[in-house]
Ligand binder design. Structure first.
Ligand SMILES: Nc1ncnc2c1ncn2[C@@H]1O[C@H](COP(=O)(O)OP(=O)(O)O)[C@@H](O)[C@H]1O
Ligand SMILES: O=C(CO)[C@@H](O)[C@H](O)COP(=O)(O)O
Length: 498
C-alpha cells in the first residue's frame, strides 16, 4: 500500500450488530486500515444493547486499525438510528438502550399519533408518522413501563450522539439523526415542544442540534487515549444519512440497503410528508431530505430461515410457488408490529431451496413495495411507469439503477432477487461499509472545508459493478401482494394471541 497522499480521517459505523471503523486518506479515499468489533443485542421480547459496550466496541474497532488511527486529523461517528439512550446525571446509562427494532412501544406509538391529531398532522409537522422504531415512542414506553428509569434520566441521546459526546464531552447531535426521533420537526427544523410535552420529556435533556459542516468538538484528553487529543470531531449522523454521504448520492438516485434493517431511500430536495407512514421523512446530513422506508426483517430474517433449513444462504431454488413473509420480528413496512413469519403454498414437491428463495422474495418485496412512494417524494425523481410493487417497468428503461449496499449486497441471492423482483438495473459499489465511508467523508469535509458528498464523489466511492435489468417476475409480486392481503387478520393478531 502506497504512503497516504493526504491527511488521514476516521469514519465509524456503530450499527446494530457491530462497530466498523475505517481510516481513510482524505485526498484519495483509499481505506488504509479498518477494524470491527461486535455488539450484543438482546433477543427476548425487546431489542436492547448496552451503550457502554458500543463505546468499548468503538475503541476496539479503532484500535484494530493500528497506528494509522493515531495519525487521523478528524473523526466522525455514524450510528444506528432512533435508539433511546438514557443517561443519569453522571453521564452513565440508566438502562440498556432500546433499539430501532424493538417494537414494544407500538401501543404508545398509536396513542401519540392520535394525541397530536392523527397521521396527517405528524406528517405535515415532523415529516414522518412515527413508527415504534422512533425514539419518542420508546420514551413514552419507558415512562409507562419503567417510571423509575425515566425519573433517573437526566439526558437522552441517540446512539451516535452518545458516542460523539464520549469523544468530545459536548452534548450534540445533527439534523439527520434528530429527524428520526419524532420530536424534531422537519417543518421548523427544531425540537417540537408540543410533542415533547405529549411524550413527557423535558427539552433540556436533549443535545444541541449542530448545523451541517459544524464541528462537534475535538477529542478530549480523557477519551481513553485511543485517539489523539485535539483530533477534530464532526457532527456524525444516522447510519442511512451517512451511507447517502458515502455514496455521494444525488437527488432521485434510489438506494436499497440490505443490512440488519432493510432500507430503501433517496435524497430529495423536497421535505417529505407521507401521511401513510410508509415513507419516513428524514433529513439528510447536509441540507436536503432523505425519504426512507425501512423493514425490520432483512438479512437476519433470511439468515434465520437458512439456518432453520440447514442451508447455505446461497443455496436457493426458484419457481417453487411457495410464498413467505419473513416477518419474524413483527414488521415496520408494512406496519405490522405484531406479525410473525408466514409461509404458504407448501406442497410435497416443495424443496428447502424454494422455501429459502421465497424468504428472500418476501424480504425484498416488502422493501420494493415502498420504492415508488420513496421516489415520489423527489419532484424530479418521480419515475414514469412505476407501479406499487416494484418501481420500473420491465427492462429498466430510463430509471436510475438501484444501488445495492449493506452486507447483503455481497450476496448473489440477494442481488438476483432484487433484479428479478424490481425489473431494474442494479449497481453494486465495490466499496464496502458505505456508512463508515460516509462518516469518513464527513470528517474529511470538516477538515478540508468541503461538501462531504462532493468528497465522496471525488473519492469515486460509487464505482462498482452494474447488472442489466431482467424481466420483472410479476407473477411472484402478484402472489406476494395477494398473500399479504389475504393474511391481514393473521398478521395483525394481538400479542396475547400470538
Ligand atoms: N457475503 C454475504 N452474502 C450475503 N449476506 C451477507 C454477506 N456478508 C454479510 N451478509 C449479511 O450482512 C448482514 C450484515 O450487514 P451490515 O450492513 O453489516 O449490518 P448492519 O445493518 O448491522 O450494519 C449480516 O446479517 C449478513 O446476513
Ligand atoms: O431504523 C432504521 C432506519 O429508520 C434502521 O436503518 C436503523 O438505522 C438500523 O440500521 P442498521 O443497523 O440496519 O444499519
Amino acid at each position: 500500500m502506497s504512503a497516504p497522499e493526504g491527511p488521514l480521517v476516521i469514519g465509524v459505523d456503530s450499527s446494530t450488530q457491530s462497530t466498523k471503523a475505517l481510516v481513510v486518506d482524505a485526498s484519495t479515499g483509499e481505506v488504509v486500515a479498518s477494524g470491527q468489533a461486535p455488539h450484543t443485542v438482546t433477543t427476548g421480547t425487546g431489542r436492547e444493547s448496552d451503550p457502554e459496550e458500543w463505546w468499548r466496541a468503538l475503541q476496539e474497532a479503532v484500535a484494530r486499525c493500528g497506528r494509522a488511527a493515531g495519525e487521523a486529523a478528524a473523526v466522525s461517528v455514524a450510528g444506528q438510528q432512533h435508539g433511546l439512550v438514557t443517561l443519569d446525571g453522571d453521564g452513565r446509562p440508566v438502562r440498556p438502550a432500546l433499539l430501532w427494532n424493538d417494537v414494544r412501544s407500538a401501543p404508545q406509538r398509536d396513542r401519540l399519533v392520535a394525541a397530536l391529531g392523527g397521521p396527517g398532522r405528524w406528517a405535515e409537522r415532523v415529516g414522518s408518522v412515527p413508527a415504534p422504531a422512533f425514539t419518542v415512542t420508546k420514551w413514552a414506553w419507558l415512562c409507562e413501563n419503567e417510571p423509575d428509569a425515566a425519573k433517573s434520566t437526566a439526558a437522552v441521546r441517540l446512539p451516535h450522539d452518545y458516542l460523539t459526546e464520549r469523544l468530545t464531552g459536548r452534548a450534540t447531535t445533527d439534523r439527520g439523526d434528530a429527524s428520526g426521533t419524532g420530536w424534531w420537526a422537519s417543518s421548523t427544523q427544531t425540537y417540537d415542544e408540543e410533542i415533547l410535552g405529549l411524550a413527557g420529556l423535558r427539552s433540556e435533556t436533549l443535545p444541541h442540534v449542530l448545523e451541517p459542516g459544524e464541528a462537534a468538538g475535538t477529542v478530549r484528553g480523557t477519551s481513553d487515549g485511543f485517539l489523539t487529543p485535539g483530533t477534530l470531531v464532526a457532527t456524525g449522523t444516522g447510519d442511512n444519512m451517512a451511507a447517502a454521504l458515502g455514496l455521494g448520492l444525488r437527488p432521485g438516485q434510489p438506494v436499497l440497503s440490505l443490512g440488519t434493517s432493510g432500507t430503501v431511500y433517496t435524497v430529495s430536495t423536497r421535505r417529505p410528508q407521507d401521511p401513510t407512514g410508509t415513507v419516513s421523512g428524514f433529513a439528510d446530513a447536509r441540507t436536503d431530505w432523505l425519504p426512507l422506508a425501512c423493514t425490520l426483517n432483512c438479512t437476519l430474517a433470511v439468515d434465520r430461515m437458512a439456518a432453520l433449513l440447514s442451508r447455505d444462504r446461497e443455496d436457493v431454488e426458484l419457481d417453487g410457488g411457495v410464498t413467505a413473509l419473513p416477518f419474524l420480528d413483527g414488521e415496520r413496512t408494512p406496519n405490522l408490529p405484531y406479525a410473525r413469519g408466514l409461509l404458504t403454498g407448501l406442497q410435497h414437491s416443495t424443496t428447502g431451496g424454494q422455501v429459502l428463495q421465497a424468504s428472500y422474495d418476501g424480504a425484498v418485496f416488502a422493501l420494493l413495495r415502498a420504492l415508488d412512494r420513496v421516489l415520489g417524494e423527489e419532484p424530479q425523481g418521480a419515475e414514469a411507469g412505476g407501479t406499487q410493487t416494484g418501481g420500473a417497468q420491465a427492462g429498466g428503461g430510463t430509471e436510475a439503477p438501484l444501488t445495492l449496499i449493506g452486507g447483503g449486497a455481497k450476496g448473489t441471492a440477494w442481488r438476483e432477487t432484487v433484479r428479478r423482483l424490481s425489473g431494474r438495473a442494479v449497481h453494486v459499489p465495490r466499496a464496502e461499509e458505505l456508512v463508515a465511508l460516509g462518516a469518513a467523508a464527513q470528517a474529511a469535509g470538516l477538515l478540508l472545508g468541503e461538501d462531504p458528498a462532493a468528497v465522496a464523489r471525488r473519492w469515486n466511492t460509487a464505482a462498482g459493478d452494474s447488472y442489466a435489468p431482467v424481466e420483472r417476475d410479476d407473477a411472484a409480486l402478484t402472489r406476494l401482494s395477494e398473500v399479504l392481503g389475504d393474511a391481514d387478520t393473521l398478521l395483525n393478531r394481538s400479542p396475547e394471541r400470538l
